[in-house]
Design a protein around this ligand. Structure first.
Ligand code: SAM
Length: 304
């Protein structure tokens, strides 16, 4: 079977900032199918590759098998990054990258329930051992909670109408598939006069994003992970966060600022404004269009 590997976003920028060195250790907190990591390994670096999705991790293992023991695969949520590094007895690493969100393998497999275009069970769990699926949320949450989720995590202006329509529809028939939900949202938003132009994003994109964030507890995982990780970065080492919506980007921005303003400062921020992909990259890979990249560099603690 041919697998379409995820196309790594802003690869050149990520590698320029990480500047991988032979023998140095890097953490890829979102290994995916290993696009960024492959280059680190090719440059002779070592990688701790984490992914919460076992299926994705298996694909990465096959793809990167030729690098042997220079990569360690860990199936866990990156919110447990501290424990992972302690468990491996690693005091510091040279670089850390988070490339947030879902990858192509998850999006293209309708069975995973992330797709707006291919029908499948409304699942959306990146970690299949999680107890609650998207289907559970849309069929059981009260209308006001659904509205709150769609508004807060999707930044969707039609949240109120969408939540009302979901609750109305589920009374006659449970919402069980991705296309069922996508159509419900599309009808609601379209009816409000929001006309779709060629090349526009799908009208249910924001609703899907919101529900996915809740199913996978994405924002708290990122906050928890960033909270303790900076002390594991060696002086001169760099941390990179590549985000795909403003909620994630805000968490990265505020965390970096907190570190930079602490006394003594822990990092120097290398990207005053987030970097974005070039037009050429977006043309070749439209999924990159919303990417924002932030980088901070660890500064040595002052001697007392
Ligand atoms: C955009 S993809 C990464 C793609 C990768 N950089 C590449 O080039 O192939 C994001 C990956 O992060 C994983 N992920 C998302 N949230 C996670 C979390 N909280 N902990 C660990 N992995 C997570 C997803 O399962 C997905 O495989």
């Amino acid at each position: 079977m041919t697998i379409n590997y995820h196309v790594p976003v802003m690869l050149r920028e990520v590698i320029d900032f990480l500047d991988p060195k032979p023998g140095a250790v890097y953490v890829d907190a979102t290994l995916g199918t290993g696009g960024h990591t492959e280059i680190i390994l090719k440059r002779g670096g070592r990688v701790i590759g984490i992914d919460v999705d076992q299926e994705v991790l298996n694909i990465a293992k096959e793809r990167l098998a030729r690098f042997g023991e220079r990569i360690t695969y860990i199936h866990t949520n990156f919110s447990k990054l501290n424990q992972v590094l302690d468990g491996l007895k690693l005091e510091t690493v040279k670089g850390i990258i988070y490339d947030l969100g879902t990858n192509l393998v998850q999006l293209e497999n309708p069975e995973r329930g992330f797709s707006l275009y291919r029908d499948g069970p409304l699942d959306m769990r990146m970690d299949r051992s999680l107890p609650i699926t998207c289907q559970d949320l849309v069929n059981n949450l009260p209308e006001d909670r659904l509205r709150e989720i769609i508004r807060n995590y999707g930044e969707e202006r039609w949240a109120k109408r969408i939540a009302r329509k979901i609750v109305k529809e589920r009374k006659s028939k449970p919402i069980e598939t991705t296309l069922q939900l996508a159509h419900i949202v599309e009808e609601t938003v379209f009816w409000k006069g929001c006309h779709k132009k060629k090349g526009d994003i799908h009208l249910a994109t924001k609703t899907f994003q919101a529900l996915r964030i809740v199913v996978n507890d994405e924002l708290d995982s990122l906050k928890d992970s960033l909270k303790g990780v900076i002390t594991y970065l060696e002086p001169g080492g760099r941390i990179i966060v590549l985000s795909f919506h403003s909620l994630e980007d805000r968490i990265a921005k505020h965390t970096f600022l907190e570190w930079a303003k602490s006394d003594p400062p822990l990092v120097k921020i290398l990207t005053k404004k987030p970097l974005v992909p070039t037009e050429v990259e977006i043309k070749g890979n439209p999924r990159a269009r919303s990417a924002k990249l932030r980088v901070a560099e660890r500064i040595p603690l002052r001697e007392k």
